[in-house]
Every structure is written in structure tokens, then in C-alpha cells.
Design a protein around this ligand. Structure first.
Ligand code: SF4
Length: 480
């Protein structure tokens, strides 16, 4: 059993990755063919995704599998024959929202008796959730955990043939499934998962329990995927993992994140991004690769969580305020125009006013481009959930209000400093308010709006920044 006290860092043989075998892959392929041949099968699907980018990419794989079964994506959940909720359990809020929405769909079935309802992802993987679904959510037809995604065809086939609900939560957590079909959201941007799970056991976090222990894909598989994407004309790849900096830990051939980045850089994909990075694993070698790589964006999301050493110790983050600041300094020396973003938690058990103020002063000191701010949310099974000194909701709300003000001031300063500079903007969408404008992201990951049309979406355009708003920049293209 993995230790949850955060002290265990050594990987044992039982945590080495296990690849889904060609025989198992063949079974799934056969299930896909069988489903396609069924006269009574859902024709359309809709996936509702909660949570992080890892989940967003999992949904792209689920959509890829459903498309391969001959289904098409419905415009919305009301029009779909099969609705699948890909859930998150990192915060209680997300879990409550997901269950509320699933319940709401139950009503829809009164008018649409053949509607199939599925639930998958992190929430389902939690201990006792399978039992809860079986007892309390009897209308759910299909439920599966994070380690069973690749088995969707067989599970769905069993449901369709036997008309009996399927609940599959595998505890074999070190699986890696290669070669799944992916229905990507955009042709110009692609997620590539490079590693799964996490070994860090931060005391507030449920991820190691629901996503399993850390395991990395083989570098050759990642490079092949990136190469194929390059050939389709993708403009930007985003490498995903709970802690990308420790990519390769446990793989043969000394594979590591800096090495992977170096190799990817040679493929000449215009932009490479990655997330998330744990500060303790940010090495000098990685900083050097980021500084010298031709295609690696000058942006780093480096979650700090707190500016106070005692809180960081209780969170089991394994770095100090001082060591975090030293890394920031090194990054800025090597890459002067780097954009830094972060995550911060307020109201961790026992957090005093002075400890909270350390977070405020850290935001001032670093000057982040932006930050995701959260009120601590206790998660069952984690070490922090057992800690004393729960901060009252009202107090946590006051603290997050102050923190948001501090972050906004830092964002305003960072945005102001970019006025007059030229940014390479990858255009992502047409503005919702004004269809003569488009918006996209510069390499620092700040949103920039400029004049443009739908034809600009997916293109990288040089833009001179003319002014800064609260969270975005405005600019003018420097060439037509
Ligand atoms: S490193 Fe991230 S994913 Fe891993 S335990 Fe800590 S917060 Fe959770």
C-alpha cells in the first residue's frame, strides 16, 4: 500500500508501469466493431467534463472511442442518447456539482427512457464511491474509474447486450494504455499526456489516491505522437502530467523531462507548453533547456500553495519559501521575460493571520502574471482532512478576497509591463462580444485581443501590445 504520510518517495517494482497488452487492445477493437453492428445502440453522445486539463484530454480519448463506435457528438446533453460525466474530486464543490447534474438528468429519462447515463473519472475512483453509486444512484447505467477508461468499448458492449448496469473500478493503478483514438478539440492545439499519477502525497490532495502512483510514458511513444501531430499542422502542444518535472522517474534509458523537451524542441512544432510543475523538482537543467529551446514557451505554472514555511511543511510540499524564491530568481536570470503563474490555497487547517499574510507578501514579491486561488477543501482520506484547526468559512472567504486583490494588483503590474512589446499570439477564438475581434494567447500565456476574423483562428500572429486591461492585453497586428 502506498504511504500517505508523504515520507515515502522510493518507487517499488510493483509501481513500475504496466502497458495494456496487444491482446487486450484487440478485445477492445472487437467490442468497437460489435457495437457498430448493433441495431439498438446509441447514435449520439455528449461528454460533460469537470476539472483539470488531464480530464479534458481524457474526454478527448473517450470521444475518440465513442466516435470509433459509430456515434456522433450531440450539440448538447438534451439531444444525446448517451451522456457521460467525466468527473473531478479535487474539491468538494466540483463533486457536488457533478452529482447534482447527474441527478438532474434522471428527470430527463422520464421522457427519454432509452437515455444512457454514465459517470467516470476521479470522483468514481474514490473509495466507497462504487458502493454509493450502486445503492444511491441506481439510474446510472455505467460507472468506471480513472484506470478503466481504455475499457469503455467492452463495458458499453456489455451494457447494451445484457441491459444490466456496469460498474468497473479497477485498483490496478499503474496501467498505461497506448494507441487510443483521440477526438481533439482543436486542429491547431493538442494535449499530450506524458505521465500519469503522482507520488508526492501533498497532505491536502486526493490525486495520488484516485490517479494512482506516478508512471511515465516511453519517450519514443511521446515523440511519435508529437511527430504525427506536427504532420497535421498543429501549432502548439501542451504536455500534461500531475508533475511533469519528474517525468521519466523509473523509466529505463535515463529518460527525463529536460531530455524529452530537448527532443521535442527538435521537431519544430511552433510552440511547446507543459503543466504542472512541482517546485521541488524544477532543476537547473530544466531551466537551461527552457532558456535555450527554440519552441518552448516562456511561461511556467509553478504552484506555490502558501508563502509560509510551517504551512508548506504541513502541506508536505517539501520546499520552503526561500527555496521557491531562489528558483524564481534563477528562472528570471535565465529567461528575463518569463511569465509565472501559480496556485494558492487559503484557510489550510491551523493557518494563522500572520501565515496567511506570508502568502500575500509572496505574491507581491514574485509578481505573478496570474494565480488560481482556492479555499482549502477537506478531502476524505487525506492527511490534512484529519488535522485540527479548521478555519471558519467566513474567515477563509475574507482571506481569499484579500488574496484575489493582491493577485489582481500583481496581474495589473505584469500586464502593464508588456505594453509596447510584441507578442506572438496564437489566435484561439472569435470574441463573444464583438465579432470584429479575436483573442488568443501570447507565449507568456496572457490573453490578447486584437482585430481579426474567424480565418485567423489557429494562426500565430505578431501583435504589438497597445494597452492592458484587468486580465487581458489589447494589441494590434504588426503585419497583415
Ligand atoms: S504534486 Fe500535485 S497532484 Fe501530486 S499530490 Fe501534490 S498537489 Fe496533488
Amino acid at each position: 500500500m502506498p504511504s500517505s504520510d508523504g515520507k515515502e518517495t522510493i518507487r517499488s517494482v510493483e509501481h513500475q508501469p504496466i502497458y495494456v497488452t496487444p491482446e487486450e487492445q484487440e478485445k477492445e477493437r472487437q467490442a468497437i466493431e460489435e457495437i457498430k453492428g448493433l441495431s439498438q445502440r446509441p447514435q449520439s453522445y455528449f461528454i460533460v467534463t469537470y476539472g483539470c486539463q488531464m480530464n479534458a484530454h481524457d474526454s478527448e480519448k473517450l470521444a475518440g472511442l465513442l466516435n470509433a463506435m459509430g456515434m456522433t457528438e450531440a450539440e448538447d446533453r438534451l439531444k444525446a442518447d448517451f451522456v457521460l460525466f467525466n468527473t473531478c474530486c479535487v474539491r468538494e464543490n466540483a463533486e457536488r456539482r457533478a452529482l447534482g447534474n447527474v441527478n438532474w438528468l434522471k428527470e430527463l429519462r422520464k421522457d427519454k427512457p432509452d437515455l444512457l447515463i454514465g459517470v467516470c473519472g476521479c470522483m468514481v475512483q474514490q473509495p466507497l464511491m462504487a458502493e454509493r453509486i450502486l445503492k444511491q444512484y441506481r439510474f446510472i447505467d455505467l460507472a468506471f474509474g480513472t484506470h478503466n477508461l481504455h475499457r469503455l468499448p467492452e463495458m458499453l458492449l456489455s451494457l447494451l447486450l445484457n441491459r444490466k448496469r456496469v460498474v468497473e473500478i479497477d485498483r490496478q493503478e499503474n496501467l498505461i494504455a497506448e494507441g487510443l483514438p483521440v477526438k481533439r478539440l482543436h486542429s491547431w492545439h493538442a494535449f499530450i499526456t506524458i505521465m500519469y499519477g503522482c507520488d508526492n502525497f501533498c497532505s491536502y490532495c486526493v490525486v495520488p489516491y484516485v490517479r494512482g502512483r506516478e508512471r511515465s510514458r516511453r519517450m519514443e511513444d511521446i515523440l511519435r505522437e508529437a511527430q504525427e501531430l506536427r504532420q497535421t499542422g498543429v501549432q502548439e502542444i501542451m504536455l500534461l502530467g500531475q508533475n511533469v518535472n519528474s517525468y521519466g522517474n523509473g523509466n529505463e534509458n535515463g529518460e527525463s523531462f529536460p531530455k524529452l523537451l530537448r527532443e521535442l524542441d527538435k521537431l519544430d512544432i511552433p510552440r511547446i507548453r507543459f503543466m504542472t510543475s512541482h517546485p521541488k523538482d524544477l532543476s537547473d537543467e530544466l531551466i537551461e533547456v527552457m532558456a535555450t529551446g527554440k519552441h518552448i514557451c516562456n511561461h511556467l505554472h509553478l504552484p506555490v500553495q502558501s508563502g509560509n514555511d510551517e504551512i508548506l511543511r504541513l502541506m508536505n510540499r517539501r520546499y520552503t519559501r526561500e527555496s521557491y524564491l531562489r528558483k524564481v530568481e534563477k528562472l528570471r536570470q535565465a529567461i528575463p521575460d518569463i511569465g509565472l503563474t501559480t496556485d494558492l490555497i487559503v484557510g489550510f487547517p491551523g493557518e494563522t493571520e500572520a501565515q496567511f499574510e506570508d502568502s500575500l507578501s509572496l505574491v507581491r514579491e514574485v509578481g505573478f502574471d496570474s494565480a488560481f486561488t482556492f479555499i482549502y477543501s477537506p478531502r476524505e482520506g487525506t492527511q490534512a482532512a484529519k488535522m485540527e484547526g479548521r478555519i471558519p468559512e467566513e474567515e477563509s472567504s475574507r482571506r481569499i478576497g484579500l488574496l484575489i486583490q493582491e493577485v489582481e494588483a500583481a496581474t495589473a503590474r505584469a500586464n502593464e509591463s508588456m505594453v509596447g512589446k510584441t507578442e506572438q499570439v496564437l489566435v484561439e477564438s472569435l470574441s463573444k462580444r464583438d465579432n470584429t475581434k479575436v483573442s488568443g494567447k501570447g507565449t507568456r500565456s496572457v490573453t490578447v485581443t486584437l482585430e481579426g476574423t474567424e480565418q485567423d483562428i489557429g494562426k500565430i500572429i505578431p501583435v504589438k501590445i497597445t494597452s492592458a486591461a484587468t486580465n487581458t492585453l489589447r494589441g494590434e497586428r504588426t503585419e497583415r
